[in-house]
Design a protein around this ligand. Structure first.
Ligand code: OFO
Length: 174
């Protein structure tokens, strides 16, 4: 069964949102780098890779279902933040927004009784639980150590330990 036009169009939009997420996180990495927060910058670079893998997961699915991927312009992300806390607060907010988009896609797939797309989206629904938890945990940790340079240094080191994304299509990732 081919994907409906409406579903294909909605997934194309989501591919753009995932690439924008990648771009936003790379902009955050670049800001953190400029603040000499190398560990946090590395964490964001890995988040950038993860978003590329999300886009590619949708891309591969569209091709599998015989739908045409149409790439749209990626908007320019924010450049500056005032602190590491602000960066991760924004990342958490952004993930909540992405969750709402994934839920909208799942609603559309349900309306269309498109079970295959719903199965794919189930992966993303679970992934979003993790995406939100990861970013909000970091916000909590920054708040915890906020005024301690030593604590911030330790946290930056911890963030730098995040393992790299190993696939380009998001197939094997939790
Ligand atoms: Fe693709 O999950 Fe974050 O944005």
């Amino acid at each position: 069964m081919k994907l409906s036009e409406k579903m294909a169009e909605a997934i194309n939009k989501q591919i753009n949102e995932e690439f924008y997420s990648a771009y936003l996180y790379l902009a955050m990495a670049s800001y953190l780098e400029s603040q000499k927060l190398k560990g946090a910058a590395k964490w964001m670079e890995i988040q950038y890779q993860e978003e590329i893998s999300h886009a590619m997961k949708f891309y591969a699915y569209m091709n599998e279902r015989g739908a045409r991927v149409v790439l749209k312009a990626i908007k320019e992300p924010q450049k500056e933040w005032n602190s590491m806390l602000e960066v991760f607060e924004d990342a958490y907010k952004h993930e909540q927004y992405i969750t709402s988009l994934i839920n909208d896609l799942a609603n559309l797939a349900m309306e269309e009784k498109d079970h295959a797309t719903l199965a794919l989206l189930q992966w993303f629904i679970n992934e979003q639980v993790e995406e939100e938890a990861n970013t909000s945990e970091i916000v909590d940790k920054i708040n915890f150590v906020k005024d301690s340079p030593n604590g911030l240094y330790m946290l930056d080191r911890e963030l730098g330990q995040r393992p790299a994304v190993t696939t380009t299509q998001g197939e094997e990732q939790a």
